[in-house]
Design a binder for this molecule. Structure first.
Ligand code: 5AD
Ligand code: SF4
Length: 449
């Protein structure tokens, strides 16, 4: 068996992080070793993102760096995985001579074979999309830790007009409930304390009679001391059943990532988001009633084609109304092949930047106020380890995903749950003192297991 060293860099969303673990699993099964240093590698792979132009520009920059490495090491194989492989296959072959391997998200099984092709001096290319590939039977390679991502479905059928994902990741398909639950069991046995179920639109998960609420509930009963998170939800598809599943299972985190994208119905329509702001706000209201203490995060795009100042103000209004705990905020970036690409990108760069800054500033103010309101409250914190800044402090998270810093104490273990009284807060971090070690994963009073 050959023993080649592979170095992988991962860009973009958590789905790519999970895919990189999958790729490592496939390569390890084929006799490859992983290395954390590009200089030691025989194979360098970049798992790429196409969602915005700046993500792609970073990859081109990285390829430039590896060009020099390759000059000194002619046998070195350089590969592009993920969304850019799918989107730019021809351009990459023709323009980027340095790239030897190009493999899209549905062809990772072929990667060992395609790397061999490249070792023999040809281009290894696999970019077909599949309607069925879920990698259900492949065990991803994960280092030991507390937190793991599990991809439960692949692809997206939503076709938001700005988004390249339906083209680079293909049609929606789900893994079987049994295989996901089995993976959760294995992670629990290895001591993981938090898993995040991943999909571009988890609400359309379907396995025979089981929907996403069934999957979440089935994962949650595996180990009540494990926190279960999930992302991403689409506002059109998030069901009442799912809200009740979150409310009824103490270890499913009270946290929903629910991208709004814009506060203007006119823009939402142009984006093909298929909901109105009224529907979105009703959903938020309903979630708050069913799940006491629930918090939300969102994605927002500023400067979509034709966006006026009034549309922008509507987005700010929605932010003020929902009071998100966190937001991922972007400038609109035209992507070739999408419907929006045919619309004129008529909001100037200057205005996009200005509006984005207003959105960022408002979110920071909201986060600060929300965190201030937690002072003197008690929160259950999953301890992740010593704080990065000082070993006199430990750091962990609430079930609503807020970072909490407490003084280090030898009685407090990494991976343990601690009740903490909050005494100080910034917009990004809570500070507090430990009250007691607990068994619960969140602030709901009793475990129902
Ligand atoms: N321009 C800017 N942001 C985008 N997103 C997706 N496509 C684009 C684009 N073309 C954002 C959306 C999505 C998140 C993952 O990325 O907000 O929810
Ligand atoms: Fe892209 Fe919309 Fe699908 Fe999300 S739901 S991946 S934004 S097309």
């Amino acid at each position: 068996m050959k023993k080649n060293n592979v170095y992988i860099e991962t860009y973009g969303c958590q789905m790519n992080v999970a895919d990189t673990e999958l790729v490592k699993g496939i390569l390890k099964n084929n006799g490859y070793e992983m290395t954390n240093e590009a200089d030691n590698a025989d194979v360098i792979l970049l798992n790429t993102c196409s969602v915005r132009d700046n993500a792609e520009q970073r990859i081109y920059g990285r390829l430039g760096n590896f060009k020099n490495l390759k000059l000194g090491k002619p046998g070195l194989v350089v590969g592009i995985l993920g969304c850019m492989a799918e989107r730019l296959r021809k351009d990459l072959i023709e323009e980027k001579k340095i790239v030897d391997v190009i493999v899209g998200p549905d062809e990772y099984r072929k990667l060992p074979e395609l790397i061999d092709v490249a070792f023999n001096g040809e281009k290894g290319i696999g970019v077909r999309l599949s309607r069925t590939e879920t990698y259900d039977d492949i065990i991803p390679y994960r280092e030991d830790g507390l937190q793991a991502w599990i991809s439960v479905m692949r692809g997206c059928d939503k076709f938001c007009t700005f988004c390249v994902v339906p083209f680079t990741r293909g049609r929606e398909r789900s893994r079987s409930l049994d295989s996901v639950v089995e993976e959760v069991k294995q992670l629990s046995e290895r001591g993981f304390k938090e898993i995040t179920l991943l999909g571009q639109n988890v609400n359309s998960y379907q396995d025979n009679q089981n929907d996403f609420a069934d999957l979440l509930a089935a994962c949650a009963i595996v180990d009540r001391k494990m926190r279960i998170r999930f992302t991403t939800s689409h506002p059109q598809d998030l069901s009442d059943k799912l809200l009740y599943a979150i409310a009824e299972n103490p270890n499913i985190c009270n946290y929903i990532h629910l991208p709004v994208q814009s506060g203007s119905n006119r823009i939402l329509k142009l984006m093909n988001r298929t909901y109105t702001i009224e529907h979105y706000l009703n959903l938020i209201q309903k979630a708050k009633q069913i799940i006491p203490g629930v918090s939300f995060s969102t994605d927002i795009i500023s400067g979509f084609p034709t966006e006026t100042y009034e549309d922008h103000v509507m987005t700010l209004d929605v932010m003020r109304e929902v009071k998100y705990d966190g937001a991922y905020m972007f400038k609109y970036s035209p992507r070739e092949g999408t419907k929006a690409y045919k619309m004129e990108d008529d909001v100037t760069e200057e205005i996009k930047t200005k509006r984005l800054q207003e959105i960022i500033d408002l979110q920071q103010q909201i986060s600060f106020e929300k965190n201030q309101s937690l002072i003197d409250q008690e929160e259950i914190v999953l301890i992740e380890g010593l704080s990065k800044k000082s070993d006199k402090f430990m750091s962990g998270r609430t079930d609503t995903n807020k970072v909490v810093i407490i003084p280090a104490d030898e009685k407090i273990e990494e991976g343990g749950y601690v009740k903490v009284k909050i005494n100080r807060a910034t917009s990004a971090t809570l500070f507090g003192v430990p009250v007691s070690l607990v068994n619960e994963t969140d602030n709901k009073l009793a475990l129902t297991a």
